[in-house]
Ligand binder design. Structure first.
Ligand code: IMP
Length: 424
């Protein structure tokens, strides 16, 4: 049995897509466990860029079977669009892509509510991707959600959606003050995508279980990041699922003792899209340089990402929740031209270093990040393939990350390309 989980240790966009793609070169199966088309996994291979939102990054390797687990919320429109794009690039998905029969479905009314709630309450807005993620998970928890299995019985599907729409149309007019949705046109459009999706429905938990018993190599892929976790993240500025390692068990139906590697994808600095606390954010020329050099614009929404120094208190907290065994450090090359690089080693409140990661806006507003200043390496790292060949200053930066997080760095990514990686 070999199950490796790869997840974002910060606020998402750490570069998981590239790491999963790299690891899937020697994998049999790649499975995604939460989130939906709010994710944007960018992979560059031989100069060609692929952005995946819903389908696991392993799909680019023709030998890999890809699963979308029960914890994922599926937007049929986004799924079919992505499928068509993959086919247009010559990627065959036949017999190697499956969606859990238990996965929930995003309907047009979820996206409408998501956008309406965000624009109705700009002060408290989360800055969501507007993909209907939160409202779809609300329906799941309310036990009125539509699941992939429901697609197989058209009459009962029609009735369930009709009931839900009746409820939401009422909310649209009476609470949100927006136009209602017409059932017939919505259902007709929905069914066109449904018919394309039906062949992908499977018992993915059983598939993983069989693969584990057969000794197959499985990669489990998270979306978003640990600090966007609905339980452990910077609530309420979070997504509505559990990107942390525990979410992989519930989101795929894998027993907790299955994982032999838990890889933290750590960006060499920090970014965040959307609103919410970000203690090391640099709203200045440093932040602008990081954004420009790192091309920090959302892969899903195109929004500029907020940028700041690496926060090792976040990584320590994230390690505590997820039990990371390895770090995959990404975008180290973005720091090449900085004379000085700062690392946040912890937070102080009232002059005292705190041990517990802040929980509320009040706690966040009282903290002060503590920084270590390190000398930059001021050199290109292009073409370097071994740790030994890295400049001394770069190795000191890496040692500081390992020392404070107490997790070993096993992969260092030096560009978006699959080949530009140091494997330790
Ligand atoms: P939602 O997941 O669309 O509801 O958005 C909730 C929060 O998570 C917002 O701050 C989004 O910007 C953020 N978010 C959602 N998906 C991603 C992602 O893939 N990368 C980074 N941030 C994300």
């Amino acid at each position: 049995m070999s199950v490796t989980i790869v997840l974002g240790s910060q606020w998402g966009d750490e570069g998981k897509g590239k790491i999963v793609d790299l690891l899937s070169q020697s994998a049999d199966m790649v499975a995604r466990y939460q989130g939906g088309a709010n994710a944007g996994h960018t992979i560059v291979f031989r100069g060609k860029q692929h952005i995946l939102h819903l389908i696991p990054s392993g799909i680019l390797n023709p030998e890999v079977v890809c699963l979308i687990g029960n914890g994922v919320v599926i937007d049929p429109e986004a799924f079919v669009k992505e499928l068509n794009e993959l086919h247009a690039h010559g990627i065959d998905t036949n017999g190697r892509l499956f969606i859990s029969s238990r996965a929930q479905i995003i309907l047009p009314y979820h996206k409408i509510i998501d956008k309406a709630l965000e624009s109705a309450n700009t002060i408290k807005a989360i800055g969501t991707t507007g993909r209907g993620i939160g409202p779809a998970y609300v329906d799941k928890a309310s036990r009125i959600g539509i699941r992939m299995i429901d697609l197989l019985n058209e009459k009962s599907l029609e009735n369930k959606i009709k009931d839900n729409l009746e409820h939401y149309n009422c909310e649209f007019t009476k609470v949100l003050n927006i136009d209602t949705l017409n059932f017939d046109s919505m259902f007709e459009e929905f069914m066109a995508n449904v018919n394309i999706m039906k062949p992908f429905i499977a018992d993915t938990a059983l598939m993983i279980s069989k693969a584990m018993k057969a000794g197959k190599k499985i990669i489990v892929e998270g979306a978003q990041g640990a600090l966007l976790d609905v339980d452990h993240g910077t609530y309420p500025f979070v997504t509505s699922s559990n990107p942390t390692a525990g979410g992989a068990c519930t989101g795929l139906g894998i027993p907790p003792n299955s994982f032999d590697k838990i890889i933290a994808v750590v960006k060499a600095y920090c970014t965040r899209v959307g609103n919410g606390p970000f203690p090391t954010e640099q709203i200045n020329s440093i932040g602008e340089r990081l954004r420009a050099t790192g091309s920090e614009f959302g892969a899903t929404t195109g929004r500029p990402r907020r940028c700041g120094w690496l926060d090792l208190f976040v990584l320590k907290y994230s390690t505590m929740i997820n039990g990371f065994t390895d770090i995959a450090l990404t975008k180290l090359d973005v720091l090449n031209d900085f004379e000085e690089i700062k690392i946040c080693s912890g937070y102080k409140t009232g002059g005292e270093i705190i041990e517990s990661y802040p929980t509320s806006s009040e706690e966040f507003s009282a903290i002060e990040p503590e920084y270590i200043t390190m000398k930059g390496w001021m050199k290109s790292l292009s073409g370097i393939r071994t740790l030994e060949a890295l400049p001394n200053e770069t190795r000191e930066y890496l040692s500081k990350i390992e020392e404070i997080s107490q997790v070993k760095i096993s992969y260092i990514s030096l560009s978006p390309d699959r080949e530009d990686t140091i494997i330790i």
